[in-house]
Design a protein around this ligand. Structure first.
Ligand code: MLT
Length: 267
């Protein structure tokens, strides 16, 4: 399915009945809605589950290639408006978490629970910004396939890479087919994002935090720090998983997510 949001084609898929509680899934960089494949079926049995491609990713349009997290939040709110969703559960992984945390700051009334996966509230420090600048230069010089190769080696556990599980190939393919203009534009957007740490103590909805035990991009220490600040947060460390905990251990991830939604949407 597709929607025209702020003049741009945004692609999305959904499972479940539109009469059920909406759950919106926001993917990380540089992936697509397809990274939520293990969640779409199980979630859809109980909730109206919507996974979309952020602009520049998957089958959404690329636009002008100049992105900000603010712009991604505008698109998210635009999609909620398009689907006539007043209040949803929002689930964001990594960059999707940056979008989620900023959306919660800007429009808290649009959300009834939040799930933060393998993400962080802190903005990039100078070292992080310089790394992004280096990655932008690499993308421009070497293209998406080389970027995919190096990125894949960072997001999965050594065990998953060694066993060459199909999910590695799937993610490599998604990254390699992302336009270098989008890769560069989103690296710049992440480098320029604001710090949402100060507002964590004002989050009024229940929060679930999930993080892979071997996540080296957004390690568990950062998740624990977020959980300590959010008034009503619970945290689970996903065993045998790196940065893409929903893909490396979907059984554990889904069990915790469904249990949280079952308990907290009732109360
Ligand atoms: C992501 O998975 O969205 C990115 O790796 C996050 C980041 O680079 O900060």
């Amino acid at each position: 399915m597709q929607a025209k949001i702020h003049g741009i084609k945004i692609h999305f898929v959904s499972t479940g009945a539109p009469t059920a509680t909406p759950v919106v899934l926001v993917h990380g960089f540089p992936f697509s809605h397809a990274m939520w494949e293990p969640q779409l079926g199980p979630l859809g049995r109980q909730h109206w589950t919507i996974a979309y491609d952020l602009r520049g990713h998957g089958s959404s349009a690329i636009g002008d290639g100049q992105y900000t997290i603010e712009g991604h939040v505008d698109d998210l709110i635009g999609l909620l408006d398009h689907l006539e969703i007043d209040r949803s559960v929002i689930v964001g992984l990594s960059m999707g978490g940056y979008v989620t945390l900023r959306a919660l700051e800007r429009q808290p009334e649009r959300f009834r629970a939040v799930v933060l996966c393998d993400t962080r509230s802190e903005a990039d420090d100078d070292e992080g910004r310089l790394k992004r600048a280096g990655a932008i230069a690499d993308v421009k010089r070497e293209g998406a396939a080389a970027f995919a190769e190096s990125f894949v080696s960072k997001v999965f556990t050594a065990e998953t890479l060694k066993r060459a599980l199909p999910v590695v190939e799937t993610i490599r393919g998604i990254i390699a087919s992302t336009d270098p203009l989008s890769l560069a534009g989103n690296l710049l957007a992440m480098a320029a994002r604001t710090d949402t740490t100060a507002s964590l103590s004002s989050v009024e909805v229940p929060a679930l935090i999930l993080v892979g035990e071997h996540d080296s991009i957004t390690p568990p220490t950062l998740s624990r720090a977020m959980a300590a600040r959010i008034p009503d947060a619970e945290l689970h460390v996903v065993p045998a998983a790196g940065h893409l905990s929903n893909l490396e251990n979907p059984e554990f991830f889904n069990a915790k997510l469904l249990d949280f939604l079952g308990r907290r949407l009732r109360s």
